[in-house]
Unconditional design. Structure first.
Lengths: 95, 478
């Protein structure tokens, strides 16, 4: 399977990456190569094999429902670019 | 052309756990911004989610109450999208293997008929934070207290055929989650909200029409309005030769209509994949049994029992079992009233509910306790007071004047059942109204009501109305 430049742009947008127009063909060919590995794996006969959700053969450990975290807002916000009135500030997301 | 409406609802119920689904931060509502957002909730590097057993148990509870299959093994997946109130860049949710699936609930419609609505699945996921756009110039404020709060998304089959059925289904689930104690059901705070998928098709057609999704509706009334508007819109589009576009729409409560979200807001390509940070969730028989043993009596069973044990009509039983608190109040009242179920039902649904509504109080905040109300009803059934005087006693109890016996004593409200005393009053009334007596005796039967009224007035409402009626008839016939 081979990806078009347009599809690469779409994937980049979903990941919020800026891609140089000049680099598109190279990305397209690299990503297409990855997809052909997937094709190769898809060709394997997996009849009777259960889908694997996780490589570790164990179930999820559960924690008791108890509050164990204290308020550490000051420490977390000390490394935030911009805060006000206890809120993290980000560039405006709606018009 | 006749159109058939097809609706499916996705209800998000915020689970009433103490801590978050994947972290030990508190979930309590209304805290200072970001004081309940820990490193896991913020998605800081190096942290790992650990699943909350309480949230799992609550999902199992809902599953058992709706006859779902509890999946012995389910998985968590990442739903990827960028938004500032989602710090990790993905929401942890469940995709192809949800925790419970394939159940149903029975809804009751206004005409008394019932209908089965399938529950496709319910899955666990985390809520996002909150974006605050007001009050800032060119920036958005982010509060992550809500990030990581456990949600149960309950997905119905497309079995719903009208907005009224949709509301009945939503109310049913709302009642159920509150009975189960897994969600506080507070719609204003967003603890219980729904997305509605809706389409129309010509009556008799097998294939579904193109559907739209109405996002985030948070009241029963809005669900009805949004669906009614959207159905009408879709029919208009088709009848004028157009095609319904599959899209997400928002309900504008002020205008009472739905509008399209801009495609930029949409762009749904979530690229789900299993979350490598979380192992598969295994639920063994022991956990299922533990949860089953904690199940309370469910609304349908309670309703049937109220009809059987207290001889209540279906309508009363439905109203009284709408919430566990109301049902408990009713039962305690009926017991205190010596088992007078119908009398207790009338008072709880009538006078008490009216007074609570007026005062803006919840049943749990009633100034009149079930023991007080039941005690008063005992005085009604043993004829100490009449039903009419009872209203006066109720008001006094509501205003904190003590229990029924105290109020009856203090205000001298004991019913007059002494035949001699009532006869004396009747004689006075007859003597004072010779004209009406003549008319009555000439055949104007309706005047009996006038005489009853006069006697009751003379007794300050304390005469036993049945006795007054009986004695009046006798005296006037003389």
């Amino acid at each position: 399977m081979s990806l078009s430049n347009e599809q690469v742009n779409e994937i980049a947008h979903l990941a919020r990456l800026r891609v140089d127009e000049a680099d598109l063909p190279e990305y397209a060919s690299n990503l297409s190569a990855i997809l052909s590995f997937v094709d190769a794996m898809n060709a394997a006969d997996t009849t009777g094999v259960e889908p694997l959700a996780h490589p570790l053969e164990m179930p999820q450990r559960l924690r008791e429902d108890a509050v164990t975290e204290e308020n550490q807002r000051e420490r977390f916000q000390a490394v935030a670019p911009q805060v006000e009135a206890g809120l993290y500030l980000v560039p405006r997301v709606i018009e | 052309m006749e159109w058939e409406v097809v609706i499916g609802l996705e209800i998000h119920a915020q689970l009433a756990t103490r801590s978050k689904i994947f972290s030990g931060a508190s979930t309590s509502y209304g805290a200072e911004p970001n004081t309940q957002a820990c490193a896991v909730d913020l998605g800081l590097p190096g942290v790992l989610p650990v699943l909350n057993k309480g949230a799992v148990a609550m999902a199992v509870k809902l599953g058992l109450a709706t006859g779902c299959t509890i999946a012995p093994r389910s998985e968590f997946a990442r739903k990827n999208y960028f938004y500032p109130d989602l710090p990790k860049g993905y929401q942890i949710s469940q995709y192809d293997l949800p925790v419970v699936h394939d159940g149903a609930v029975t809804i009751e419609l206004d005409d008394g008929s019932t209908k089965r609505i399938g529950v496709t699945r319910a899955h666990l996921e985390e809520d996002a934070g909150k974006s605050l756009h007001e009050g800032f110039e060119g920036v958005t404020g982010i509060d992550l207290n809500r990030a990581g709060t456990p949600l149960l998304e309950i997905v119905s089959e497309p079995d719903i055929r009208s907005s009224a059925e949709a509301v009945a289904y939503m109310k049913k689930i709302h009642t159920l989650v509150r009975y189960l104690g897994i969600c506080d059901g507070n719609m204003q705070e967003g603890s219980f909200r729904c997305d509605a998928n809706v389409s129309v098709r010509p009556a008799g057609q097998a294939e579904f029409g193109t559907r739209t999704e109405i996002k985030n509706v948070n009241s029963f009334r809005f669900v009805q309005q949004a669906l009614d508007h959207e159905v009408e819109r879709q029919i208009d589009v088709i009848e004028s030769g157009g095609k319904v576009v599959q899209e997400t729409r928002l309900f504008d409560a002020v205008k009472g209509e739905t509008r399209s979200m801009r495609t930029k807001e949409e762009a749904n390509d979530y690229r789900y994949f299993p979350d490598p940070d979380l192992l598969p969730l295994e639920i063994d028989e022991a956990l299922v049994e533990e949860v089953r043993s904690e199940l309370p009596e469910l609304p349908d069973a309670k309703k049937q029992r109220f009809m059987d044990d207290y001889a209540l009509p279906a309508y009363d039983a439905s109203v009284l079992t709408a919430s566990r608190e109301l049902a408990d109040y009713f039962e305690a009242t009926a017991e205190a009233a010596g088992g007078e179920g119908k009398l207790a039902a009338n008072w709880v649904m009538g006078e008490l509910s009216g007074a609570l509504n007026k005062a803006g109080l919840d049943i749990t905040e009633s100034p009149v306790s079930p023991a007080m109300l039941g005690g008063m009803l005992r005085r009604v059934s043993d004829q100490t007071i009449s039903g009419k005087i009872a209203k006066q006693v109720f008001e006094a109890m509501w205003n904190g004047e003590g229990d029924a016996d105290t109020v009856i004593d203090k205000h001298g409200l004991k019913q007059v059942t002494d035949t001699g005393a009532i006869e004396a009053m009747i004689d006075e009334v007859i003597a004072a109204n010779p004209e009406q007596v003549a008319q009555y005796q000439a055949g104007k039967d309706k005047l009996l009501g006038f005489f009853v009224g006069q006697v009751m007035k003379a007794s300050k409402g304390k005469a036993n109305p049945e006795q007054v009626n009986e004695l009046l008839r006798k005296k006037l016939a003389e």
